[in-house]
Write a protein that binds this ligand. Structure first.
Ligand SMILES: Nc1ncnc2c1ncn2[C@@H]1O[C@H](COP(=O)(O)OP(=O)(O)OP(=O)(O)O)[C@@H](O)[C@H]1O
Ligand SMILES: CC(C)(CO)[C@@H](O)C(=O)[O-]
Ligand code: BAL
Length: 288
């Protein structure tokens, strides 16, 4: 497995690996490190998608607000490299902040409307500008033909897809289903900061999402508000501080009053102690 820490080496390694693969395409797995089985599912999907697989590890300062956890975000370069090697990754792109944003760099990419509005976009102002900017750079730096994104960060996946379409970037965005613990909790790098007691309560978020999705499907087009209010009440009673729990159009993230025939998603974010949990599930068509 090759490792690149500056753009020149990255481009050299990409060219060599692609030449060795007979000019084959490169699949990229963008990450912020502290890797878990969710990330490794993205690597496995990348291996099925293209002959050359690269992962990037970069804790992107531009997507963190001033009061967020950039400084304390988990970092484990050695452990991450061992996992990527074992997963069959060919190349790891590990830029420094200066390599990604050289002095004088001022250009940003902004998805200036749905699906970047509301939810994470509202709770983390500037977050998606940082995500879109770094993802555009990662795609151009690596020349990826395909890039894998987890459904766990559903809004991020839609924002990146919108950006790629709007800018005609020659990369295909491939979604990968959320990997969960046996009790339903979505794997996340930040889960390690849950206390044992919080960890025991954390699966309730996924449980409420699944329960609400089933209730909405059974309601055959009935208004979502009571179902959503019940979930928020149950989570609040269980000690969560709920940022949002909403029914949305799956692609645009526009709020929906009731499920219909178009694809819909339940998206939620809730804080448990110092950890902010993010999760979402699909809502089957109501048929009503
Ligand atoms: N449980 C999961 N299942 C599938 N994909 C996941 C999962 N967790 C993260 N991913 C995906 O991995 C990629 C990198 O995510 P990231 O490095 O932010 O990990 P993370 O676990 O989501 O960390 P955190 O949410 O704490 O920032 C994203 O595309 C993300 O959606
Ligand atoms: C896509 C990403 C790597 C961009 O920094 C990040 O937002 C993440 O890890 O989900
Ligand atoms: N997985 C989204 C990255 C972040 O929380 O900034």
């Amino acid at each position: 497995m090759r490792i690149a820490r500056d753009l020149e080496s990255l481009r050299r390694e990409v060219a060599a690996l692609r030449a060795a693969a007979g000019g084959g395409a490169l699949a990229l797995v963008p990450t912020m490190g502290a890797l878990h089985a969710g990330h490794l599912a993205l690597v496995a999907a990348a291996r099925r998608a293209a002959p050359v697989v690269a992962a990037s590890i970069f804790v992107n300062p531009k997507q963190f607000g001033p009061n967020e956890d950039f400084a304390t975000y988990p970092r484990d370069e050695e452990g991450d490299l061992a996992k990527l090697r074992a997963a069959g990754c060919d190349l790891v792109w590990l830029p420094t902040v200066e390599a990604m944003y050289p002095p004088g760099s001022v250009t940003v990419v902004e998805v200036a409307g749905p699906p970047a509005e509301g939810f994470e976009g509202a709770h983390r102002p500037g977050h998606f500008r940082g995500v879109a900017t770094v993802c555009a750079k990662l795609f151009l730096q690596t020349g990826a033909a395909v890039a894998m994104f987890g459904e766990k960060d559903w809004q991020q996946l839609q924002v990146v897809r919108r950006m790629v379409r709007d800018l005609d970037l020659p990369v295909r965005i491939e979604p990968v289903p959320t990997v969960r613990e046996p009790d339903g909790l979505a794997l996340s790098s930040r889960n390690r900061f849950l206390t044992a007691e919080e960890r025991a309560r954390a699966p309730r978020l996924a449980a409420e999402l699944h329960r609400a999705a089933a209730a909405l499907a059974a309601g055959r087009g009935a208004p979502a508000a009571p179902v959503l209010a019940e979930a928020v009440a149950a989570l609040t009673a269980a000690g969560f501080a709920v940022d949002y729990f909403a029914l949305v159009e799956a692609e645009s993230l526009r709020p929906l009053a009731a499920p219909g025939d178009a694809p819909a998603r339940l998206v939620a974010a809730a804080r448990l102690g110092r950890v902010r949990l993010l999760d979402n599930v699909g809502v089957p068509p109501s048929g009503g």
